[in-house]
Design a protein around this ligand. Structure first.
Ligand code: COA
Length: 279
């Protein structure tokens, strides 16, 4: 990943926690932060994957920045608190939090148990609440800070087979506003990135049926799927002084697809149902 839009070291002196940073979009954000001089702690559930990603990105960015892996489940407040302390011990006081940890699968409402719905709400919504509250308590209320929530446009288009993830992301967008208002006076900015379909991610291969991909691409105003770099670029912007007056914003990075998505059309329901989501 290379991005020359932003000055090489503009995040030097900053330290970020990225939950869900072990793979996919989260990993791309970690990569971009390291490239721009920001130390990063990756927080996630799978220790092997976290360790491998941290080692790979440390090797790639030989520029004095630190990338460390800290295992925790964002649903467990106490363990997450310990993980955050551990992260700060290794990379310094945290100035940026990216809430990227999420869980998802395709399921119709009728095929979703109460526990399945709750599981996704717990990972996405409660996890975002837990991490934000801990970052506020430990560092941001005294020193200011920057919270970036990775949301999605599922609820904006009422996408079929996604009531659990859509509800979770809608709640995250609501939280973005509440936290921006309550914490604005403490020099804390809170924003949501509503992510559209991004190519070369686990979500893309697991959640989009191959037979519908070309159809979907043609429904996107920019006629292409997003790239991980598109989301990383928005995180860089939101972490930079260029966005110093931006808070409480729900920012779509979706190629315009929220306006044109066909996934909420009833006929997609049957087409998508036949796609067995791989776990
Ligand atoms: N359809 C319907 N229900 C599903 C499901 C699916 N495809 N996948 C999981 N569930 C249900 C389970 O049956 C369970 O409900 P039950 O107790 O009533 O049977 C509930 O969700 C919890 O699942 P479980 O696997 O025990 O929870 P977990 O906390 O270990 O993991 C996920 C939850 C979402 C992370 C897991 O399903 C998963 O690994 N998903 C794929 C990876 C992923 O989400 N990647 C990131 C986003 S692309």
């Amino acid at each position: 990943m290379s991005n020359k839009t932003f000055a090489d070291n503009f995040l030097r002196g900053h330290s970020a926690i990225v939950t869900g940073g072990g793979s996919g979009i989260g990993k791309g954000i970690v990569d971009a932060y390291l490239e721009h001089g920001c130390n990063v702690a990756i927080v996630g559930r799978k220790k092997d994957r976290l360790d491998a990603t941290a080692a790979e990105l440390m090797r790639k960015h030989n520029n004095g920045t630190l990338c460390v892996a800290v295992q925790a489940d964002v649903r467990d407040y106490k363990l997450l608190s310990e993980a955050f302390d551990n992260a700060a011990k290794q990379i310094g006081r945290i100035t940026i939090l990216v809430n990227g940890a999420a869980g998802n699968f395709l399921a119709p409402i009728t095929g979703l148990s109460s526990n399945a719905f709750k599981t996704v709400m717990d990972i996405d919504t409660v996890g975002t609440f837990n991490a934000s509250k801990l970052a506020h308590e430990k560092w941001f209320k005294e020193n200011g800070g920057n919270i970036i929530n990775l949301s999605a446009n599922l609820h904006m288009t009422a996408q079929v087979l996604q009531v659990h993830a859509g509800a979770a992301k809608a709640a995250i967008d609501a939280m973005t506003g509440h936290m921006a208002v309550e914490w604005g006076g403490e020099n804390i900015r809170v924003n949501s990135i509503c992510i559209g379909p991004i190519d070369e991610t686990e979500g893309f291969s697991r959640l989009l049926p191959p037979n519908l991909i070309e159809d979907m691409r043609q429904n996107i105003p920019l006629l292409r799927f997003g790239k991980i770099q598109d989301i990383a670029n928005m995180c860089l912007y939101l972490s930079s002084p260029a966005s110093s007056y931006v808070t409480g914003a729900i920012i779509k990075v979706d190629g315009g697809s929220t306006f044109t998505s066909g996934c909420s059309m009833p006929q997609y329901m049957n087409k998508m149902k036949s796609f067995k989501s791989k776990l």
